[in-house]
Design a protein. Structure first.
Length: 168
């Protein structure tokens, strides 16, 4: 597209390119209305949905920014407040996301700054953690500590119950 600017006898032309990208559609659940759409101003690749995670890669020139808007059917998200968006495995803070909704969908919007292709993972149902650990690991540690404490207590108890030998 060429844009022409005229001011009196001065005429300037500028040529710009416009790329229109259609949204990437993914099946994000078991129902027929459980689709997700990924809209981005950057090229997308490796788009897929597995388990409860939307995965895709955004590509752009180093130092430039790109944006993505992911539309997710409400029926596929148990709790929108727990959704996690990771760029190259680094979790975005809530202040770096904009999440809105309509009657049927959530819309998750965020920006990226390119250094190379950026891997995006949107976890729709992340597991809860306790002190940063998966619950099974946390409870395993607590159980092991409980056994150690019980063992030490038993040794101390037995040592105190033994009759002392009288020297004579």
């Amino acid at each position: 597209m060429t844009i022409t600017g005229i001011s009196g006898s001065i005429i300037n032309h500028a040529t710009i390119s416009i790329t229109v990208r259609s949204p990437e559609k993914l099946k994000c659940g078991g129902g027929e209305k459980d689709d997700c759409n990924i809209e981005s101003d950057a090229p997308l690749s490796n788009t897929n949905f597995s388990g409860h995670t939307i995965h895709f890669t955004m590509t752009g020139d180093a130092g430039t920014t790109g944006a993505a808007n992911v539309t997710i059917a409400k029926s596929t998200v148990p709790d929108i407040h727990r959704i996690k968006v990771r760029l190259d495995r680094n979790e975005l803070s809530d202040s770096d996301l904009t999440i809105t909704s309509d009657d049927n969908n959530y819309h998750v919007y965020f920006k990226v700054t390119f250094h190379s292709p950026v891997v995006v993972d949107i976890d729709l149902n992340p597991s809860t953690t306790i002190l940063g650990l998966e619950p099974t690991i946390f409870y395993g540690i607590v159980g092991a500590l409980g056994l150690i404490i019980a063992g030490v207590a038993a040794v101390v108890y037995r040592a105190r119950k033994r009759p002392s030998k009288i020297l004579g």
